[in-house]
Design a protein around this ligand. Structure first.
Ligand code: MG
Length: 394
């Protein structure tokens, strides 16, 4: 039986070129703050991140599992190094459910959500990668196996921009065979009625390109409030969005529940944590689509429990972001109909860093992703090709 010998963390900090985002690129939770998000300012400043945390868990036979986290990496590193690593060293990685519970309960007073749970997630993902490698099976084969020939995925970018630029981008990916698209709103309550008009203009323009035989999803990234959402939803209804994502801040469960009883299905959960967090969302009928992020929600161990709960409510789960840990869960669950997929782009807000740190992520073709039945673990490894653009803190 292999035992966990070491837990190492590395902070990857991007020092390479960055493409500055256009103004009104995407609404977000800090928009109402007067110093953020005024017209023409860099309203994405508070949520752009150019760091990533890599966690390597090694067993005494030399096998290494890789996990990661993108939320507040310096604090995740400190949390794993100082608190979580000592809790799992010496254990069998196949006792993952117990190890999760141990990390959760011993850090419970301060670690239940946010930074604490994201650190647990990174370790848990590394343990799953390790289990896959030790068992010589891809992680999805340990989770339930192949439920789909391939994974349908939606094109996720279309940040708010000039109408022409958004139409060109949508057309490019329609031409590449995609049939599902997600677009971001650039305007919120601070922009008044003029901003409502600007938002509607862009939805109409993207819909014009993709047509009504494709799915169009709309994303507010917590940049609105309940009043604004209630005023704009009747105007959006005619564009038949498949869902409206995170219209209000993550803690406003009553707001989600009220909006989800309206004409447009509401999605959310990428800023929610653990099984019990999602129990509240489901019990209140607050979302029609669950979008946990595996490297925040509690890792693959927690995600699988949420999958079972969501299935019992017949609420589909479509994990937030691309990335292998999410794809394996999507492949292994009937109730996960598709994946979010970001194209590889120059470094912009930070999501793209995954592609620069790791190699092995599948490229979507004609709107589908494939996982290898014979590649053990998650199927990613650290990529040395871009190291000149990273400062790495160990
Ligand atoms: Mg989102």
């Amino acid at each position: 039986m292999a035992k966990i010998k070491s837990v190492k963390t590395k902070l990857y900090e991007w020092t390479g070129p960055i493409v500055p985002p256009q103004p009104n690129f995407c609404t977000n939770a800090s928009d109402p703050l007067p110093e953020m998000g005024g017209s023409g300012r860099d309203n994405m400043g508070s949520f752009r991140f150019h760091q990533w945390l890599v966690c390597e868990v090694e067993t005494d036979d030399g096998t290494v599992g890789i996990g990661n986290a993108a939320l507040c990496p310096p604090l995740i590193k400190e949390t794993i190094d100082r608190y979580l690593a000592p809790l799992i060293i010496g254990h069998d990685p196949f006792d993952n459910a117990y190890l999760w519970e141990k990390m959760y309960r011993i850090t419970h007073a301060w670690g239940r959500r946010g930074v604490g749970m994201t650190a647990i997630s990174a370790v848990d993902i590394a343990i799953w990668d390790l289990m896959g490698k030790l068992a010589a099976k891809p992680v999805f084969k340990l989770l339930g196996g192949r439920t789909k020939d391939k994974i349908p995925c939606y094109y996720s970018k279309l940040y708010a921009d000039d109408v022409d630029a958004m139409q060109r981008e949508a057309q490019e990916w329609v031409d590449k065979g995609f049939t599902m698209f997600k677009s971001r709103f650039g305007f919120g309550p601070k922009d008044g009625t003029r901003g409502v008009v600007e938002n509607l203009k862009r939805v109409e323009a993207v819909r014009e390109v993709v047509g009504y035989d494709c799915d169009l999803m709309l994303e507010a990234y917590m940049g609105w409030n309940l009043d604004y959402a209630k005023r704009i939803i009747p105007k959006l209804e005619k564009f038949q969005p498949r869902w409206l994502e995170e219209p209000v801040i993550a803690d406003d469960l009553a707001g989600y529940a009220e909006l989800n009883s309206g004409p447009i299905p509401i999605s959310g959960g990428e800023h929610e944590f653990t099984l019990l967090g999602f129990k509240q969302l489901l019990e209140r009928n607050a979302v029609s689509v669950i979008q946990y992020d595996t490297n925040r929600v509690g890792g693959i161990t927690a995600a699988q429990k949420i999958n079972a709960l969501a299935e019992s409510y017949q609420v589909p789960v479509i994990p937030h972001a691309g990335q292998m840990h999410n794809y394996h869960l999507t492949m292994a669950n009937f109730n996960c109909p598709m994946s979010e997929w970001f194209p590889v782009f120059d470094v912009e807000i930070g999501n793209e860093l995954f592609y620069y740190i790791f190699k092995g992520d599948p490229e979507a073709e004609n709107g589908y992703l494939q996982l290898d039945d014979n590649l053990p673990g998650l199927g990613i490894e650290l990529d040395n090709a871009h190291l000149e653009h990273f400062r790495i803190i160990e």
